[in-house]
Design a protein around this ligand. Structure first.
Ligand SMILES: Cc1cc2nc3c(=O)[nH]c(=O)nc-3n(C[C@H](O)[C@H](O)[C@H](O)COP(=O)(O)OP(=O)(O)OC[C@H]3O[C@@H](n4cnc5c(N)ncnc54)[C@H](O)[C@@H]3O)c2cc1C
Length: 313
């Protein structure tokens, strides 16, 4: 079935307007942003909303990437990056601010879909779709992001772990909207992302994001924190706290990275499907963790990373 069922449609003119519509129209209403996930699901009749509330015109209000330098000033924190939920893939890809602070975004966006999808698809739509293979959820998990959810009653902020409740299920209620993603900026850190896919721009067979924070210079540096987020190897994009615990206080050497790769491979829960066997995916989870941690550590130490080192092909 390639034709969606008939729907009522309204373009929201403000966040409050959208929230009011969702509250008035009730359970059968749903927001649409870029439409690149929702429309295919409607065509397949996997989603059957009766009313669509289009957020597209709110891009001026909710399409932004800013670095706020205020906040804790304890030598570690360097503020927070705020990204509006309607920020598009292309804007994440092209942002020089993100490339400098969180190169993981450019790594990931270089391997997400194709230009038509990247021109319309949004960060908010990607996170709210909550597909276990979704790349930006893995990126945000890796960076310890939090999500701002708004309703007519106010705003609440939840961690990525709280945001994803299961495959295709999030903490966003029926009359709520994800408005912003916040990412803490910590000194001495960097990040990387790598994905194995079957064709360019395809969904991940497995993908991994890594972030690492170092203290001390060059030879004497130690890992003050590290995070790894995997996609397509479990019911949700998965953060692995055991890796953070194992790496804190160690030197960022190959032994530490091998340990992280071993933990990633053993703690994920892939299934065998058309994209590959569970064993193969487990192997990839380990190998991608190794490669992304290596690159993140090199970037954090200010060492040059050759172009294409994260590309699988
Ligand atoms: C051909 C193709 C290839 C793709 N390849 C990849 C890939 O390689 N990697 C990858 O990660 N993704 C991929 N995608 C998916 C795509 O990147 C995202 O899922 C898509 O961009 C979602 O964003 P959207 O704005 O289009 O969301 P929509 O389709 O508009 O919405 C998706 C869901 O989120 C809800 N929603 C949207 N915005 C909000 C909000 N602000 N608040 C609350 N709920 C909201 C909607 O109600 C809906 O349930 C691909 C998609 C296509 C069509």
């Amino acid at each position: 079935m390639q034709v969606p069922a008939p729907i009522e449609y309204e373009r929201a003119t403000s966040i409050d307007h959208a929230l009011g519509l969702l509250e008035r129209l009730g359970e059968e209403s749903r927001v649409i942003a870029g439409g690149h996930s929702l429309l295919p699901m409607m065509k397949l009749r996997l989603a059957n909303p009766e009313y669509l509330v289009d957020l597209g015109d709110l891009h001026d209000e909710l399409g932004y990437i800013t670095h706020e330098r205020t906040g804790r000033n304890d030598g570690q924190s360097a503020g927070v990056v705020r990204i509006g939920a309607l920020t598009r893939h292309r804007e994440l890809l092209e942002s020089e601010l993100l490339a400098e602070l969180f190169p993981i975004f450019r790594d990931a966006e270089s391997v997400i879909a194709d230009p038509p999808v990247r021109n319309r698809g949004t960060l908010g739509g990607a996170l709210c779709q909550a597909d276990p293979s979704e790349d930006l959820s893995s990126v945000c998990t890796t960076l310890g992001a939090s999500c701002v959810i708004r309703s007519r009653r106010g705003e609440r902020v939840v961690s990525m772990e709280e945001f994803h409740r299961g495959p295709y299920e999030t903490a966003v209620g029926q009359a709520e909207i994800l408005t912003e993603v916040r990412i803490p900026v910590r000194r001495g850190g960097s990040s990387a992302y790598a994905k194995v896919d079957r064709r360019a721009g395809d969904w991940a067979v497995v993908a991994a994001g890594a972030a690492i924070w170092l203290t001390g210079a060059d030879d004497g540096s130690t890992i003050s924190d590290a995070r790894v987020g995997l996609a397509a190897v479990g019911p949700n994009t998965t953060g692995i706290p055991e890796i953070s615990e194992a790496l804190r206080g160690r030197r960022p050497d190959e032994d530490a990275i091998d340990l992280a790769a071993e933990i990633a491979a053993r703690s994920c829960s892939p299934v065998t499907d058309a994209r590959g066997s569970a064993d193969y995916k487990r192997h990839l989870a380990g190998e991608l963790t190794r490669r992304t941690l290596r690159v993140a550590a090199a970037r954090a130490a200010g060492r040059a990373v050759p172009d294409g080192v994260l590309r699988w092909r």
